[in-house]
Design a protein around this ligand. Structure first.
Ligand SMILES: *Cc1c(COP(=O)(O)O)cnc(C)c1O
Length: 368
């Protein structure tokens, strides 16, 4: 069976090999007589699944020893509250607003601390990133929040900001929900990273948090215990029942990522190369056409989410119907910006992007 190519922004497509393995193991995981869904989270079977997932992510992403990897619940949106509950001391936090997601984050944090917008690209309709030199960081900020890939606006940091170069010692908090495991992370610049799994890692329901150990134990007294990073870390993410099946699938995805090859490169370096090649192919097709346009500055275009517009918007419905008929699914843009969006996460094969590019050209010729 060949499946269609699914360009959903999230929950998104998963590697076929992962889905197949999960199907094979569905009724009886490794001779245990149980589905992973039916196991106690404290039994030796699930503990081994959990420990492998944690170790594989640490190896894959080269997470240093002084960072904890937590598997939480509540998604990226819950983290918008959980982060200030844990890190703000009720004091202040600085936000860089580069699109819908960082804007949501700063609005939520206002419930818990004094929020300042250190920089924003709202005036350019979120089609660029603010130059580092323009960021207004406060000396007493307890953290600085950045969304490294704006899933809706298609803007991505190609390099993490070095806050020290701006004279700030505040920990950098990154929302990497739609970018996680698509490229390496420079952990020396990060205090805490969080991401929902449903874009690049697995099914909805598990949220990955990577937090530097010195940031544990600072939570406000009102912080719910299940959302206190120290409590979660001290209990190996099992203070309450973790989303076991979602962790299992994420673990299979980490193994799939470790198997990636691109020339000499392996693992995360290999998937980064594949992602860069896929994105280049699609942006080149858009840029060289007279019908499609992507408005994001070339230096910060997302490799994961490619929003584009038809110059003649009256053709949107015909475009989407034709795409669907060719097995190219979920290309409609987010309702807040309109147009189209192709999400090309890790699991999207090059063949999917090639099929999309062929369709873009065919549709343009037909309607020229
Ligand atoms: C999808 C997404 C979120 C929201 O995640 P939920 O799991 O729906 O809470 C937050 N931030 C970014 C960058 C996202 O792409």
């Amino acid at each position: 069976m060949t499946r269609p190519f699914n360009f959903s922004a999230g929950p998104a497509n998963l590697p076929e090999a992962v889905l197949q393995q999960a199907a094979e193991e569905m009724l009886d995981w490794h001779g245990s007589g149980m589905s992973v869904m039916e196991m106690s989270h404290r039994g030796k079977e699930f503990i081994s699944i959990y420990e492998n997932a944690e170790a594989d992510f640490r190896e894959l992403m080269a997470v240093p020893k002084n960072f904890k990897i937590l598997f939480m619940q509540g998604g990226g949106l819950a983290e918008n509250a959980i982060v200030p509950l844990n890190l703000s001391h009720g004091g202040s936090a600085d936000f860089v607003v580069t699109g819908s997601w960082s804007d949501k984050s700063q609005k939520e944090a206002r419930k818990y601390c004094d929020v300042q917008i250190a920089a924003t690209t709202e005036s350019s309709a979120f089609t660029s990133l603010p130059p580092l030199a323009s960021w207004q960081l406060r000396r007493d900020a307890s953290y600085v929040h950045v969304c490294t890939n704006e899933t809706i606006h298609g803007v991505e940091f190609q390099e993490l900001p070095d806050l020290k170069s701006l004279g700030s010692n505040a920990p950098l908090v990154i929302d990497f929900s739609s970018q996680v495991a698509s490229r390496p992370v420079d952990w020396s610049r990060v205090g805490l990273a969080f991401g929902g799994a449903q874009k690049n890692l697995g099914p909805a329901g598990v949220t990955l948090v990577v937090v530097r150990e010195d940031l544990l134990g600072l939570a406000l007294p009102v912080c719910p215990s299940a959302f206190n990073y120290k409590t979660v870390a001290d209990n190996d993410s099992m203070y309450n029942t973790p989303p076991t099946y979602a962790i299992y699938i994420a673990g299979l995805t980490f193994q799939w990522l470790k198997r990636q090859r691109a020339g000499e490169a392996t693992g995360i370096e290999a998937i980064e190369k594949h992602n860069a090649a896929k994105a280049q192919l699609l942006y080149d097709a858009i840029d060289s056409s007279a019908l499609y346009v992507n408005k994001v500055s070339k230096d910060c275009r997302s490799r994961m989410n490619v929003p584009f517009f038809l110059c003649d918007e009256s053709r949107n419905d015909a475009f989407l119907a034709g795409a669907k008929a060719r097995g190219l699914l979920q290309l409609k843009g987010h309702k807040s910006v309109g147009g189209m969006r192709a999400s090309i996460y890790n699991a999207m094969p090059l063949a999917g992007v090639q099929a999309l590019v062929s369709y873009l050209q065919e549709f343009e010729q037909k309607h020229a």
